[in-house]
Design a binder for this molecule. Structure first.
Ligand code: AHR
Length: 325
């Protein structure tokens, strides 16, 4: 294709699309066609959950007629801060982001507030004391997910004799889901003194991280009865380490994870995982609705919790054929 023709086609594609950037910082100007412009900073692409979340947001933007400016921060807070500052400079209508970690957002959130741009938190929370820095937080109750996992374990191990040794694969250090799932799980299992967490380390929510840390756990501890992984991907990575160590996942080691993405549900249906607490990534449609409301100056609830459930092996077999992500 001649270079000029290619340039014209590329420009037409950019103008027609609702999603104006993907993967890197977007420095383009606003839509200028009456559409609401939403600047979104995504954590990264660390897990199956995250991919489903990104797809949900992009699809919902198209559906809602919202011009979406999208940035992938590659799990780095500095990249998210940079993206938010770019969105402020571009004078987008609304900013939304899923904060990689909980702390350290006050300055940039204040900059958005001073610029008169409303901010929506999705998926993960921040620990800012000043709640006026953002309009609402849409996402899961991570403490509850950890608690439900712990409660299932208590029931599952109620007849066990002697100590039940648990290893824990934590999510990204300092992130809300890692902090909260750890807390909820610890609070629940405290009801049964034979349940003991003998090792707990971050696998950064990735398969590679889960595999690597599980290999270390298996080397360091001869008796591991339970793995609690803060997401499916780390659990799936750990499966490889467990099998390589000559153990049968789901039998020699009871495995509990969080998310319920398709690959996790398949492992559960296949008997390799034992229990999953769901965390829904399908936040796109609600986010678009909220963006329109806050832009119109409407009041929105300060906290909107996602509806979720839990799955046993039998329930996973039933749910799998209709699983959307
Ligand atoms: O914040 C949600 C968590 O982030 C998901 O449980 C995990 O898979 C993702 O990376």
């Amino acid at each position: 294709m001649p270079r000029r023709t290619f340039g014209v086609v590329a420009a037409a594609v950019l103008l027609a699309g609702s999603v104006t950037a993907c993967g890197n910082s977007d420095t383009g100007e606003g839509a200028g066609d009456g559409k609401l412009v939403l600047g979104f900073s995504q954590v990264g692409a660390e897990s199956g959950w995250r991919t489903a979340n990104t797809n949900s947001i992009k699809e919902a933007a198209v559906e809602a007629g919202v011009e979406l400016k999208f940035d992938d921060a590659q799990q780095k807070q500095e990249n998210q801060i940079k993206a938010i500052r770019n969105y402020i400079q571009q004078k987008v209508d609304v900013i939304a982001f899923s904060p990689v970690v909980e702390s350290g957002w006050d300055t940039v959130l204040k900059e958005a507030k001073d610029a008169g741009i409303p901010v929506i938190l999705t998926d993960r929370a921040v620990d800012s004391a000043d709640k006026s820095l953002y309009k609402t937080f849409l996402g899961s109750d991570f403490v509850k997910e950890g608690r439900l996992s712990g409660e299932w374990l208590i029931e599952n191990k109620k007849d066990a004799t002697g100590d039940v040794n648990i290893v824990e694969l934590q999510g990204t250090t300092g992130s809300a889901p890692a902090n909260d799932r750890k807390k909820g799980f610890a609070e629940a299992i405290a009801a049964d003194p034979k349940l003991k967490v003998i090792a707990s380390q971050s696998g950064d929510f990735t398969r590679a991280g889960g595999k690597q840390v599980m290999e270390q756990f298996l080397k360091a501890h001869s008796k591991i009865d339970v793995l609690f992984a803060h997401n499916d991907d780390m659990g799936l990575g750990a499966l490889e380490a467990i099998t390589a160590a000559g153990k049968v996942p789901g039998q020699d080691i009871t495995i509990i994870t969080i998310d319920a993405v398709k690959d996790g549900m398949q492992a559960l249906a296949d008997g390799k995982f034992n229990f999953i607490a769901e965390c829904s990534p399908l936040l796109g449609p609600q986010l678009m609705e909220l963006a329109k409301k806050v832009h119109a100056g409407e009041e929105v609830p300060a906290r909107i919790e996602t509806e979720e459930t839990t799955f046993t092996q039998e329930q996973a077999k039933e749910a799998l054929p209709n699983r959307k992500y």
